[in-house]
Design a protein around this ligand. Sequence first.
Ligand code: GZL
Length: 321
Amino acid sequence: MALKTILLGLALTTALVAPPAMAAQLTVGFSQIGSESGWRAAETTVSKSEASKRTVNLKIADAQQKQENQIKAIRSFVAQGVDAIFLAPVVSTGWEAVLKEAKEAKIPVILLDRDIDPSGKDLYLTAVTSDSVHEGEVAGDWLAKTVGDKQCNVVELQGTVGASVATNRKKGFDTAIAKHANIKIVRSQTGDFTRAKGKEVMESFIKAEGGGKTICAVYAHNDDMMVGAIQAMKEAGLKPGKDILTVSIDAVPDIFKAIMAGEANATVELTPNMAGPALDALIAYKDKGTEPPKWIQTESKLYTAADNPQGAYDSKKGLGY
Ligand code: GZL
């Protein structure tokens, strides 16, 4: 009798302290866009650590920002028979055929940080993204509050042409400033989310706008293009953050450095941790058949010099930016 009681007690105790449900060794193929920005590099680093926390075998394929490389990677993951595919789609169209192949192979697909056209909704399990229209609205609202009734000519550095986040961040910003007749976008061009291109396009804007004297603000769809634009403004003898206001998106460490130096004004935070929520949704789906919502939204937060930029900078160290 006593032995039975002890064994029962042991079994109960073990059940109470068992670790959270861990994935049996799942293998996930991740078609990553590339390493075009600090944020993207951080997303890759964080994805690896989130996968190892959950004993998931994550295979990452870097597409160097080319859709054809992403399509090839997805086909290879299907051929390998992975348990699931994560996709950060560089653009929002052209995925129908390859995602149909994944669906036919009964391999669930989860989108990270960018979306595909709504017509493809039945081709993926869930999408883990921010509300990128809202990010643009937050940026536009900040600028409107900051300039008041003053006439403000804005130059815009757009993200990758055809990327859902670029389309949406433009839409949100346009909506926010439409309520303010004194704020106008006078030049807008893609900088492809990179520092180098952001600098190059800003140099052309400065030339076209009388040496930059008529520019009141720069809106960049990501911080990396803004860091490049800040370089261009300084080289042209302009004072970014003072004569020319700046607002961008991602909240990477270098934009906090610029804010602390008085060379940038505002950024809208985007978490690099899209893989954590995606892995949790996948494990619940595989272990218990739990259907996730079609959209798992991540938070967006505005940072200015008043929001402890040093603390924000310190919190991002070691995340691989
Ligand atoms: C946004 C993400 C964007 C980042 C850029 O969710 O897709 O891609 O804002 C990156 O830095 O290039």
